[in-house]
Ligand binder design. Sequence first.
Ligand code: HXC
Length: 259
Amino acid sequence: MYKNILLEKSEGIGYITINRPKVLNALNKETMIELRDVVHEIGTDKDIKVVIVTGSGTKAFAAGADISEMHGMTALEGREWGKFSQKVFSDIENLSQPVIAAVNGYALGGGCELAMSCDIRIASENAKFGQPEVLLGVIPGFAGTQRLPRLVGKGKAKELLFTGEQIDAHEAYRISLVNKVVPHEELLSVAKAMAQKIQSCAPIAVQLCKVAVNEGLDTDLDTGVAYEAEVFGLCFATNDQKEGMSAFVEKRKAQFVGK
Ligand code: HXC
């Protein structure tokens, strides 16, 4: 159905695989349009509880925006390309389901920005991260200048942005760019295990955690804390809150239904 993206749905998990391995899964316009459509499809699919994003092949998650397509762009075209893709990545960040990036190789430029738009990043030992845009005469245009400092802090982000240098998975873990590093062959099974663990929790509560973190971090602490109180209160309108707390009191396993 999609040309450059594989979409698989299995056991409540939606697997999005960027599938242009010959060019290291470079993100061209066609792929970004498909990614937008896939994200929309998944966002409205009630059977999908968690999403895993990865890249095809063993070498790359995504080696960035497609340079061969960008090199002839005018300033206005560049601006539109950036704005369009920023929106696709915001849609990923704001998907109601949790999104795990399973980073299987190079995550450079737009590839690193794609991983950063996901909620959680798991890296294979051979993953490499970087924002090499300054080596091409541009800056990150898919929100890398904004998400990277939010994840790793201003100083480290500026170092990576100013030098364009690549870091390996262990360094990415050390600076909190990724949540964990695993052997390459275990990447998808570890991502799936995490997805299953998330799935065993109350779905609306998980969704509201995501909303509270995303909304709260973009504001000051007092506003974020007040927002949390509202969202916390909302949980008490769900059956899952009654089930979760009753199950604890009755010393049994909770059966959450997402209502
Ligand atoms: C288009 C790409 C590509 C890219 C790799 N390829 N990255 N094509 N856009 N971003 C293609 C190569 O041209 C080559 O095609 C094939 O993939 C294999 O790549 P090689 O370079 O031969 O592989 P290797 O020597 O192993 O080097 C891997 C690499 C290198 C280090 C990842 O490919 C690389 O530096 N790629 C560019 C990384 C980058 O600068 N990304 C940021 C892009 S800018 P052929 O046809 O020769 O086999 C960006 C900005 C986002 O993302 C914001 C925009 C608004």
